[in-house]
Structure formats: structure tokens, C-alpha cells
Design a protein around this ligand. Structure first.
Ligand SMILES: C[S@@+](CC[C@H](N)C(=O)[O-])C[C@H]1O[C@@H](n2cnc3c(N)ncnc32)[C@H](O)[C@@H]1O
Length: 260
């Protein structure tokens, strides 16, 4: 397994992906689940380019604050630019398993599509719990990549590509075990909602279509998939798109809970 490296090039690609319709929908769902209000102190673990930080700082207002933590300096630089001028935003370079924050310092915390990359998820959950005050809310969003249903006239090639893509994660099906792990970390009122992201059009606004270039880039040269094969897969998706036969669906999970 060789995980994605959140370097400058990938951070820039994510910047584009995160402006698409489906990812805007995801941010709305996360904000609704988090219910941050004026004066809240919010922690975003794996804040990436800072879209949530920028939106939440407006929501919590001048009496609240938002702290973003990420392990990628390139992502944090994008987050810094996005939130410039807000003195109630703090951005810190750190790992999710060792948060540089005091105990009980936050009213709410979120971590969106981050824990699926973390090898020691239980340590990251323990840190989230430690950072929250008793009763503080957490929202965790991850994808169960085994739910991907992606049409191809060459299903065997599609299966090999998706198998290779699983290697970009520490756990491609983290949502399956997250509820008991949240409880074991001390959280209560654990709830999960599954949200389907589906499209029959190869529009860049659809999650499935938008991630295809990232998938092709990652799998080429891995698990016996050649550059040519990855290119042929991408070309087939374009053909299917032109013929009106594109289909992609996956289930993404929004977990919410409270610290005890
Ligand atoms: C898919 S991006 C999600 C970014 C952001 N949460 C969002 O949804 O807009 C994953 C982010 O998690 C960060 N990340 C991955 N592993 C991490 C770890 N162990 N500790 C902290 N951040 C991590 C990456 O650097 C990247 O910015």
C-alpha cells in the first residue's frame, strides 16, 4: 500500500474538486450535522485547503473561533490564504493522532474524509475526544469505497482499477467499524447517515466524474496496471459519457456523536 501524498499538485487538484456541486452538497450536510453556532470553538482535523474553516468562521462569528489541523504544509498554505484576515482562525501543522491543542478546548469538531487515511484511527478518535469539552459534538465523514458502483464494458478492468485505488487509503471501508470505535473512544449518542453520491452524467460537478483523473493518476504503475491501461480506462469513461451511458454511485457516511 502506498497512500496519496498531499503535496502541492494534489492540493491544487483538491482545490478544484472541492468547488464542485457534489462536494458543496457534502459541505452543507456536514455543517447541518455539526450545528455550529455563534461563539462556538470549532476544531477541524485534516482541514485540507480550508473550505470548512472559512465557512465555519463565518458561522461562529467574532466571539467564536476555528482551529484547523493538517499534516500537509501545502494544504495548510491554501487554508491560510483562504482565511486571511480572520484573527479567530488558527492553523496548525500536526498529525491527527497528536493534536497540538489543550484538553476540552472545543465545543465541536469535524474530520471530513481524513480518518480513512489514518493508520491508527483509534488514536485519532481518542485525540478528538480529548480535545472536546464534555457534551461537545463531533462529525466524522468517510467513504465506504466498497460501495462504489461504476459502469464499464470491461468490468474486470474496472475491478482491478478500484482494487488498486483502495491502496491510497489506510482503510477503504472505515465506516463499517466507526460506530463501535467511536463508542470505545468515549463518545455517546453515536449516529450514522449514509448519503449516496450518484450520477448518470460525466459532468465535472459529479463526484464520480471529478475523481476519475485522480484515480487514473494514482493507479497507473501500481498492482500491474500500466499507464496505457489507465489511459484506456479513462478513455472508456469519456466514451460512455459521450454516449450517455456513464454511471457512478457510492455511499458516503456522516457520523455524529457527543463527547462524554
Ligand atoms: C481528502 S482531504 C480532505 C480535506 C478536508 N477535510 C475537506 O474535506 O475539505 C484529506 C486531508 O487529510 C489530511 N491528512 C491525511 N492524513 C492525516 C493525518 N494523519 N493527520 C492530519 N491530517 C491528515 C491530508 O493532508 C488532507 O489535507
Amino acid at each position: 500500500m502506498s497512500q496519496l501524498v498531499f503535496d502541492e499538485a494534489l492540493a491544487a487538484q483538491l482545490e478544484t474538486l472541492y468547488r464542485t456541486r457534489d462536494v458543496l452538497r457534502r459541505r452543507r450536510l456536514v455543517r447541518e450535522a455539526l450545528r455550529a453556532g455563534p461563539g462556538d470553538r470549532v476544531l477541524d482535523v485534516g482541514c485540507g485547503p480550508g473550505f470548512y474553516v472559512a465557512e465555519l468562521v463565518e458561522q461562529v462569528g467574532p466571539t467564536g473561533s476555528v482551529t484547523g489541523v493538517d499534516a500537509s504544509p501545502q494544504s495548510l498554505e491554501l487554508a491560510r490564504r483562504r482565511t486571511e484576515g480572520h484573527d479567530n482562525v488558527a492553523l496548525q501543522l500536526a498529525d491527527a493522532t497528536a493534536l497540538p491543542v489543550p484538553d476540552g478546548a472545543f465545543d465541536a469538531a469535524l474530520s471530513v474524509q481524513v480518518l480513512e487515511y489514518v493508520a491508527d484511527v483509534d488514536a485519532a478518535l481518542a485525540e478528538l475526544h480529548r480535545a472536546l469539552r464534555p457534551g461537545g459534538r463531533v462529525v466524522i465523514w468517510d467513504v465506504d469505497w466498497s460501495t462504489v458502483s461504476w459502469h464499464s464494458t470491461d468490468p474486470a478492468r474496472m475491478a482491478r482499477i478500484l482494487h488498486a485505488w483502495d491502496g491510497h487509503l489506510a482503510d477503504p471501508s472505515l465506516p463499517r467499524t466507526l460506530a463501535p470505535r467511536l463508542r470505545a473512544a468515549g463518545f455517546t449518542d453515536v449516529a450514522a447517515e449514509g448519503h449516496t453520491f450518484a450520477t448518470t452524467e460525466q459532468t465535472p460537478d459529479a463526484y464520480g466524474a471529478a475523481i476519475a483523473p485522480l484515480v487514473a493518476q494514482y493507479v497507473a504503475g501500481r498492482d500491474g496496471i500500466t499507464q496505457d491501461e489507465a489511459a484506456a480506462w479513462t478513455a472508456e469513461l469519456s466514451e460512455l459519457g459521450k454516449r450517455g451511458e456513464f454511471f457512478f454511485a457510492c455511499v458516503q457516511f456522516c457520523f455524529s456523536a457527543r463527547a462524554r
